[in-house]
Design a protein around this ligand. Structure first.
Ligand code: SAH
Length: 258
C-alpha cells in the first residue's frame, strides 16, 4: 500500500485532506480511485490506513480506517554526520541511509571537503535532498521521516555531543575501539551521532579535536570504505545488532523454553 508523509496537523481529525505534491502522485501517478486505501504517516511515528473518499487535481480527501502500530524503526536513533562528498554521492547516501533506518542526517564541511556550497546552492540542494529522503522513507515504509539538518562546519559539529547519548567518529586508523564495541554499550532509545569523513578522510588533528570533544574514534573494520559506503555499513551493523541479533536471540530462547 502506498505511503505518504503529511503534515502532522492533519492527524487531528478522522477526515484527512491531502494537498500539494502528493496529490499529483496519488491522482496521476498511482491513478488511485475512490474507495482505494493508502497509508498516511505524520513522520514522527504515527501511521493511519486511510480510505480515499474524494479525488481532484487540487486535493485528495480520505477517511481514517484504522491507526496502525508499526515496528519499522531502528530501536536506536542514529544520526549520520556526513562530510559533504562530491557530485551526487550525497543523494545516494541519503536514499540508502533512509532505507537502512537513519534517524537523521547532519552534513558538515571539514579540512578535506572539496565541494563548495553557497547559500543559494545550499537551499536548492537541501530541498532536493529532503525530497529524496521523503520518497525513500515512503518506499521503505518508515514510520519516522528522517530529518536533514543544515550543513555546519567541523568546528560547529564538535559542539553537538550534549544533544546525543553517544558520539563517535569513524576513523580508519583506529586500532582500538570498534563500532561493534560501541553498539554493545547502547540500549533502546539511545541516540548516536557518528561522523564519517569526506573522500579525503579526516586529518589526525581533526580526530584528536573530536576525541577531546567527546567523540569516540571507532573502526569500521580492516578495509578502507568509500565515504558513501561507510554510513551504509554503520546502519547495517546497527540493524544486525538491534533487530536481527536481538530478535534472533529471543526466538531461540523461546524455542528452548517450549
Ligand atoms: N582518505 C582515507 C579514507 C577516507 S574514507 C584514505 O584514503 O586512506 C572516508 C571516510 O569513511 C573516513 O573519513 C572514515 O570516516 C570512513 N571510513 C572508511 N573506512 C573506514 C574504516 N575501515 N574504519 C573507520 N572509518 C572508515
Amino acid at each position: 500500500m502506498q505511503r505518504y508523509f503529511v503534515d502532522p496537523d492533519l492527524f487531528a481529525d478522522d477526515e484527512i485532506t491531502i494537498t500539494g505534491e502528493d496529490v499529483h502522485h496519488i491522482v496521476n501517478v498511482m491513478r488511485a480511485k475512490e474507495g482505494e486505501q493508502i497509508l498516511v504517516s505524520d513522520g514522527a511515528g504515527r501511521t493511519s490506513r486511510v480510505r480515499l473518499t474524494q479525488l481532484s487535481s487540487k486535493e485528495v480527501k480520505g477517511q481514517v480506517v484504522e491507526a496502525l502500530s508499526e515496528q519499522t524503526e531502528l530501536p536506536v536513533r542514529i544520526t549520520i554526520g556526513q562530510g559533504l562528498p562530491k557530485g551526487e554521492k550525497m543523494e545516494w547516501i541519503l536514499q540508502k541511509g533512509t532505507e537502512l533506518g537513519a534517524y537523521s542526517f547532519f552534513p558538515f564541511t571539514s579540512e578535506r571537503t572539496i565541494v563548495k556550497l553557497d547559500a543559494k546552492k545550499e537551499a536548492k540542494k537541501l530541498e532536493r535532498w529532503r525530497k529524496i529522503i521523503k520518497e525513500a522513507a515512503e518506499q521503505s515504509h518508515r514510520a519516522v521521516l528522517p530529518q536533514l539538518l543544515a550543513p555546519v562546519s567541523f568546528r560547529e559539529m564538535l559542539k553537538q555531543p550534549a544533544q546525543y547519548t553517544h558520539c563517535a567518529i569513524a576513523y580508519e586508523k583506529e586500532d582500538g575501539a570498534t563500532l561493534h564495541q560501541l553498539l554493545e554499550t547502547m540500549k533502546a532509545d539511545d541516540s548516536l551521532l557518528i561522523l564519517v569523513g569526506p573522500e579525503g578522510g579526516f586529518s589526525a588533528e581533526e580526530v584528536a579535536l573530536a576525541q577531546a570533544g567527546g567523540f569516540l574514534p571507532v573502526s569500521l573494520g580492516p578495509r578502507i570504505l568509500r565515504t558513501e559506503t561507510a554510513s551504509q555499513y554503520i546502519l547495517s551493523a546497527a540493524s544486525y545488532q538491534f533487530e536481527q541479533k536481538r530478535s534472533g536471540c529471543s526466538d531461540a530462547a523461546e524455542r528452548k523454553e517450549e
